[in-house]
Design a protein around this ligand. Structure first.
Ligand SMILES: Nc1ncnc2c1ncn2[C@@H]1O[C@H](COP(=O)(O)OP(=O)(O)OP(=O)(O)O)[C@@H](O)[C@H]1O
Length: 580
């Protein structure tokens, strides 16, 4: 399986083929029936050239009368009708099987994407995953109208027509066969060039999707920092890259076209020359040569189409290998290896943990930490100390570059960006606990201090919130997230909530809600207000990615270090600013 260090994997040809074969299980009999119908339909399609050749000979020998012409016309019309009907049914049946298999693949892709460890998706970029389950699925689905008719019918037409040519007179088949290397060379060139160009096109599309997604997600930041122009330029650069790659792909198609035209010209000329020589030597009739020319003309279409389908097929295969790349990520990687069931005494254990974003400077350095089950730990420190990163590494969002992390299997985290899902309030809560009753939901909202929210909403739990629904304040969204976490009932809860103005009613409300949510479970609080830290069992002070102090509130105050200084500042009335 090919995989870039940071990207999601892409399968090779063999893996893709064997996965498609596995996916076709249950449809193979239907596929065989479709194949048989395809052979019969294309066989019937060969009747008109033979009938025209027969008519030409009759006219040449002066034995054609009106009855012969009418009979030949009727036979041609009937065979054309039967052939078209058979082909249409073949295409419909094949398309149905194709889309059913594709739907199964998409379901598996989405299923696997949902179970991928978050760090894997974060590192590759959410845009890549979205592009694989949208752009790539579309590319594979869009290939159906072109690929299925041609693949199911063309291959048979080639075999049956070549057989017909050989039966007519072997030199005709030989003349066509001599030109085949031209097609073989065209195919070889194309197979070498095409996939690379298409993969680059798809990758450029992924990058553009990622760029757009990031701009939309960080909309508030983009506006707040006046980054609109910069983001616009970045999206333009990506769009230009997509355009360049698309142009390359279309150029390759045009060059393939030129090669196909050459093959067409050579094969018609070869059969014409052979026909002339055979008739000159009395070895063939004009009718025979006519049939041969018509058969070759029939062959040229499918041969060209097959090469063009290979073009679409290459593009679809590039997408397919990206989709299957996600589906076949080994289960060991899908389940986060660093998660182990907690032992009874220690819920979280970190040993020599180091982490950096990409090639950037170390953000966490040699972190060692033990959190006994049931303990509430506060992490404090100046902005940029690495608190959020530490929370993300413990939660499994980021995988450490060095060291080990052990945490309970049921770990939940509330990040600074609380997401309200578009749907009812009930939907938002039952995400975490599908079996929860309305009573449970109300109790959870009550615990997080959001009971009055229900009173404000006309449809109570059935009120639509999130995008397009009833707008929730930031504090309400955080209360909702805390209620969701309460319902999920994890062994370890990590709270890295957005800051609320210290001393404000919201801050006190959220502090109380956080305490209620953490009761009876292990908790890590990224403390943006020192009031949060003071109520925790133990405090870890971080600076520049390292733990510089640890102890209880009283111990750290008595030690007179960084925490004591922070606390003094806090106490001295810096209540309007937050510790970040
Ligand atoms: N996604 C990212 N990519 C690159 N660097 C990052 C990323 N996220 C954070 N950093 C950097 O890592 C360092 C630690 O950031 P982190 O957010 O963990 O600190 P923090 O202590 O939580 O700060 P704050 O209190 O402001 O949230 C900072 O220098 C920050 O710029």
């Amino acid at each position: 399986m090919g995989a870039t260090e940071h990207g999601l994997p892409v399968t090779g040809g063999r893996e893709t083929a064997s996965e498609v074969w596995r996916l076709s299980r249950g449809y193979r009999l239907r596929l065989a029936a479709v194949g048989l119908l395809g052979i019969v339909s294309t066989g019937v399609d060969l009747i008109p050239p033979v009938a025209i050749g027969f008519l030409v000979d009759r006219v040449q020998t002066g034995t054609a009368d009106l009855g012969t012409v009418l009979t030949v016309t009727a036979v041609m019309a009937l065979s054309a009708l039967l052939g078209a009907a058979g082909t249409a049914v073949t295409i419909v049946l094949a398309t149905r099987v194709y889309h059913t298999i594709l739907a199964t693949l998409r379901e598996r892709l989405v299923g696997r994407a949902m179970t991928l460890p978050q760090h894997r998706v974060e590192r590759a970029g959410t845009g890549d995953l979205i592009s694989r389950s949208s752009d790539d699925v579309t590319a594979v689905a869009d290939a159906a109208p072109a690929v299925i008719p041609v693949l199911t019918v063309t291959a048979f037409t080639i075999v049956v027509s070549l057989g017909g040519l050989a039966a007519l007179d072997w030199p005709y088949a030989a003349a066509f066969a001599v030109v085949l290397p031209v097609y073989a060379l065209a195919m070889r060139w194309y197979l070498r060039t095409g996939p690379r160009v298409y993969r680059a096109e798809r990758a450029a599309m992924s990058a553009r999707a990622q760029q757009l997604l990031e701009s939309q997600r960080g909309y508030a930041t983009v506006l707040g920092f006046g980054l609109a122009d910069q983001r616009h330029r970045a999206v333009m650069t990506n769009s230009w890259s997509v355009a360049v790659q698309a142009l390359r792909a279309r150029t390759v198609q045009s060059m393939l076209n030129a090669r196909l035209n050459l093959g067409e010209c050579l094969s018609l000329a070869a059969v014409l020359v052979v026909g002339f020589v055979l008739i000159d030597h009395g070895a063939s009739t004009v009718g025979g040569a006519t049939t041969a020319m018509l058969l070759v003309l029939r062959l040229l279409g499918p041969v060209n189409q097959l090469l063009f389908v290979i073009d679409t097929l290459q593009s679809a295969l590039a997408s397919l290998s990206r989709m299957i790349g996600v589906v076949t990520i080994p289960a060991a990687d899908a389940a986060d290896a660093s998660t182990t069931p907690s032992d009874l005494a220690t819920a979280v254990r970190l040993r020599e943990v180091a982490f950096r974003y990409g090639d950037g400077p170390p953000v966490l350095d040699d972190i060692g930490l033990d959190i006994p089950a049931g303990q509430h730990l506060a992490v404090v420190g100046p902005s940029g100390a690495g608190k959020t990163t530490l929370a993300a590494v413990i939660a499994g969002v980021h995988r450490p570059d060095a060291g080990t992390v052990t945490r309970p299997r049921r770990t939940a985290v509330i990040t600074q960006e609380v997401h309200v899902f578009a749907g009812t309030l009930r939907d938002n809560l039952t995400l975490a606990a599908p079996d929860a009753t309305d009573r449970d939901l109300r109790a959870a909202l009550d615990t997080t201090g959001a009971a009055d929210l229900l009173d404000q909403l006309a449809d109570a739990l059935d009120t639509v919130v999130g995008a397009g629904g009833h707008p929730l304040t930031e504090a309400q969204a955080q209360q909702l997230a805390l209620a969701r976490l309460l319902l999920a009932d994890p062994e370890l809860a990590i709270l890295d909530e957005a800051t609320a103005e210290a001393g404000s009613a919201h801050a006190e409300q959220l502090d109380r809600a956080s305490e209620a949510v953490l009761a009876g479970r292990t908790g890590i609080v990224i403390a943006h207000r020192l009031s949060q830290a003071a109520t925790c069992d133990r405090i870890v002070v971080m600076d520049a990615g390292r733990v510089i102090e640890t102890g209880t509130h009283d111990e750290l105050i008595a030690a007179g270090g960084t925490y004591a200084r922070l606390w003094a500042v806090w106490q001295a009335g810096q209540h309007t600013s937050t510790i970040r």
